[in-house]
Design a protein around this ligand. Structure first.
Ligand SMILES: Cc1ncc(COP(=O)(O)O)c(C=O)c1O
Length: 367
């Protein structure tokens, strides 16, 4: 079976570096918010071309902290996409704000600016833009739209590590960005981890307070914060993995390029090509098919593991039935959820396996 995730195929030198990193932390006897976190925050900021980053416990918390650091909360509305991990919407709710769901563009599966316009009310404070699957697109459109509306642009970069459009690096185009280092992300820890990135020093300072009980100095609390501290072990592991991120990202791009060139089937469509190669880091390689479930079954029979991102758009989740949304409906997201299929795209997939996946897709017989 060609697996969807490739941890077991990673270089043994990487595993050795991770074990050494863990040993270093255990020997230091310092386990939460210490020198490894400080160093990782600097290294991650440098990788993003950002002045600073703040390590937090996970990507969900990073979203809540981004919003709260920008003063967004109760009574405010934040527009986002229903085609995302549920955490995107949870982060808005956890900040005390109201999520409003706009539809997606069927060619990219990204938020549609036209739909966002229909969702704007006097209470709208921000657009939370998800760089879904690792693609950063139309950033001038988004920065112009948000400045015209007088609202903040916030980036959910959980799937977009190192993506860079011609308008700038993911995570630095808006006022603040939220990152996840969940193990399967392009940069992943061996547990939960996340970060907030911003060019605004006030956001960084507030995020630092919020992640640690709102504490300014020991036992002095100036905000109602949360416990969202990044631990030393995860930070040390991330530091061991970060040097390979550029190489792993290049490999993802090469795999995606081979898929784009090789897949040719009347019932299988590709999403729009990246605006520039650097603007897509291929966290996921997603195709669409009106006969998606039969295609997935066929690929499984050919030894190819696939997943669906995401089978149920947020507004159809039982927990969100009452969520506010585009008055024209969210049919783009509903269609995508019915038709999307993610193919293996991790750096450990070999060229021969990419060819096998392409042959399997192209041999699909829907009859
Ligand atoms: C787009 C998106 N946003 C937010 C998150 C939440 O990150 P975490 O799982 O670290 O809380 C994820 C990860 O699942 C994600 O893919």
């Amino acid at each position: 079976m060609i697996p969807f995730n490739g941890f077991s195929r990673e270089p043994s030198a990487l595993a050795d570096a991770e074990v050494a990193a863990a040993r270093r932390v255990i020997d230091s006897h310092w386990y939460v918010l210490g020198p490894e976190v400080d160093a990782f925050e600097q290294e991650w900021a440098a990788a993003c071309n950002a002045p600073a980053s703040v390590g937090v416990a996970n990507g969900l918390d990073a979203i809540e902290i981004c919003l709260r650091s920008l003063g967004i909360g109760a009574g405010d509305e934040v527009i986002t996409t229903p085609m995302t991990a549920f955490a995107t919407i949870l982060g808005i709710i956890r900040a005390g704000a109201t999520p409003v769901l706009a539809d997606i563009d069927e060619h990219t599966a990204l938020l549609s600016p036209e739909s966002v316009r229909r969702c704007v009310t006097p209470r709208t404070r921000a657009v939370l833009l998800v760089h879904l699957y690792g693609q950063v697109r139309q950033m001038t459109v988004w920065t112009n739209l948000c400045s015209e509306l007088g609202i903040q642009l916030i980036e959910d970069c959980a799937q977009a590590h190192l993506a860079r459009s011609s308008e700038g690096a993911a995570g630095l185009i808006g006022a603040a960005s939220a990152w996840s280092f969940y193990p399967t992300k392009n940069l992943g820890a061996v547990g939960d981890a996340g970060a907030v990135v911003s060019h605004d020093s006030a956001v960084i300072e507030k995020a630092r307070l919020l992640r640690n009980y709102g504490q300014s100095t020991r036992y002095e609390h100036v905000e109602i914060g949360l416990n969202s501290r990044l631990d030393e072990l995860q930070a040390a592991i991330l530091r061991a993995r970060l040097p390979l991120l550029v190489e792993f990202t290049e490999r993802r791009r090469a795999i995606a390029e081979q898929y784009r060139r090789g897949i040719a089937h009347p019932l299988v469509s590709l999403l729009a090509e990246a605006e520039v190669p650097e603007a897509h880091v291929h966290h996921l390689f997603v195709v669409t098919s009106p006969t998606r479930d039969a295609l997935a079954a066929h690929l499984r029979s050919c030894g190819v593991e696939t997943l669906i991102h995401y089978p149920i758009p947020a507004h159809l989740q039982p927990a969100l039935v009452d969520a506010r949304r585009d008055p024209h409906g969210l049919t783009g997201a509903e269609n995508h959820a019915r038709t999307c299929l993610s193919l293996p795209c991790h750096p450990g997939v070999s060229d021969a396996e990419v060819a096998e996946v392409i042959a399997a897709v192209n041999s699909f017989d829907a009859s």
